[in-house]
Design a protein around this ligand. Structure first.
Ligand SMILES: [Zn+2]
Length: 452
């Protein structure tokens, strides 16, 4: 058989399974065959992958495309992502009237994105709940997010007036009716935060650790209990997104039960490599906050044991000018979509000796399973030919100037990670070659419509 592309003689990393030397043959953008090293397939194009990993492309489960420059984010942030070995991402989409606006947002993405993409709906009103079943079918969306952070005064300041426990429970009831439905929740008890925040502010504190102290980990854990318990009563699978505190993970371990709805856990790379003492000041402000190193280590243990299923970036592509002047007024969140793979390889594979095939499941097969992504996240015949090719002996030096992102800084600036991403391949198209974007990066990404 004549293939269009062969990834030759690499270490093929099958997520959640094993690692094996061989060739991957691609035809019509689909994986056509996995071949033994002894075979000699013919192809229009061959990439020599000797001594390199052939990884499934990263699917970042948590991004905020449009939070930087709404007009251009689809192009700039997905090209940035591609440089990090990302071939798919899930982005949060919020709008008062989802029915009227979602089509054009998807069309803009399909015209500009360099990666495939799916959407999670942000649910902030009872109107959203009432329309959810219809919208889920129409737009192929099976995942929604509720922001317990936007209760009361905090939400009102952002224009959300209907977020409360009633909205959470309705969202779980509505989610239970969607095939494959999963409700992700931002867990942080925003009603208790002022109790800690005001004295810290009054005392003149302006350090990154103070951001952790104003919303300590147990305020996340308390919300995790409510979400898991309500999810069980409503019969809906839940996902604790961007988990930051090890106490929350310990609670989930206790609450999980085989015959109850699933409690999924996602964490983000910053909770796995930065802590409240990292000397980056307001640049490190994020919700939930960066925690002490003990939490970092505890979350890694959760990755190792499989208690944490997915890992994302929570990429927010704003300018560094919004990250000040002090910790209290700085914007929350920062960019990171291109660092998911480098952080996992350096911190997970090298420093903590977690097998690459286990690590990579958190950004491929586990994401595809959780979000019902068809033909994504695995290296097997019939699946989309999405890959990141990595030289484990190379290195990646983080310099925000090297990415086309709208954002102009990085909390990882100056870091040197072992492992170099040489190629990113999206449905057979080489979008990154030898670490550089190719003209194929303009080939439009596809919207991931999920049957439900
Ligand atoms: Zn959140």
């Amino acid at each position: 058989m004549n293939y269009e592309l062969v990834l030759k003689n690499g270490e093929i990393v099958f997520p959640g399974q094993t690692l094996r030397r061989g060739h991957v043959a691609i035809k019509d953008g689909i994986i056509a065959a996995i071949l033994d090293p002894s075979e000699q397939p013919e192809a229009a194009r061959v990439i020599d992958c000797t001594d390199r990993w052939i990884l499934p492309g990263v699917i970042d489960p948590h991004t905020h495309i449009g939070f930087g420059d709404q007009e251009n984010d689809w192009a700039t942030e997905t090209a940035t992502a591609a440089l990090g070995g990302v071939t798919g991402l899930m982005s949060f989409w919020r709008s008062d009237n989802l029915g009227a606006t979602t089509n054009s947002w998807i069309a803009e993405g399909e015209a500009r994105a360099a990666t495939d993409f799916g959407l999670h709906f942000g649910v902030t009103s009872h109107r959203h709940i009432a329309e959810l079943g219809t919208l889920a079918k129409r737009f192929g969306v099976t995942s929604i997010k509720v922001y317990l952070m936007y209760k009361g005064a905090t939400g009102a300041a952002k224009g959300f007036t209907e977020v409360d426990d009633g909205l959470l429970f309705s969202a779980l009831q509505a989610g239970a009716l969607i095939k494959g439905g999963v409700v992700g929740v931002h867990c942080e008890n925003t009603e208790v935060i002022p109790l800690f925040r005001e004295p810290l502010k009054a005392s003149g504190r302006d350090d990154l650790a103070a951001w952790d102290e104003q919303s300590p980990g147990f305020l996340e854990t308390e919300n995790v209990f409510r979400v898991a318990f309500f999810g069980e009563k409503a019969g809906c699978d839940v996902n604790i997104v961007h988990m930051s505190a090890v106490e929350s993970l310990d609670l989930v371990r206790r609450l999980r039960h085989n015959d109850r709805p699933k409690i999924n856990v996602e964490t983000c790379i910053h909770y796995l490599t930065l802590n409240r003492d990292t000397p980056i000041g307001p640049i490190g402000k994020v919700n939930p906050p960066l925690r002490p190193q003990a939490d970092v280590e505890g979350l890694w243990e959760g990755v190792r044991t499989g208690d944490i299923q997915t890992i994302g970036s929570d990429h927010v592509p704003r300018k560094v000018a919004t990250k000040g002047p002090d910790i209290w007024t700085a914007s929350a969140g920062f960019p990171g979509i291109a660092q998911v793979l480098p952080v996992l390889i350096e911190e997970g594979y090298y420093r903590r000796e977690i097998p690459i095939e286990h690590l990579i499941a958190t950004t491929s097969s586990n994401v595809a399973d959780l979000y019902s992504l068809p033909n994504k996240g695995r290296i097997a015949p019939g699946f989309d030919a999405d890959f990141a090719i990595v030289d484990p002996a190379g290195e990646t030096r983080i310099d925000p100037g090297n990415y086309p992102s709208f954002s102009d800084y990085s909390p990882y600036d100056g870091a040197v990670y072992r492992g170099a991403i040489s190629h990113t391949i999206l449905r057979g198209a080489i979008v990154v070659e030898d670490g550089q974007l190719t003209p194929d990066v303009d080939a439009p990404g596809r919207y991931l419509h999920r049957a439900n």
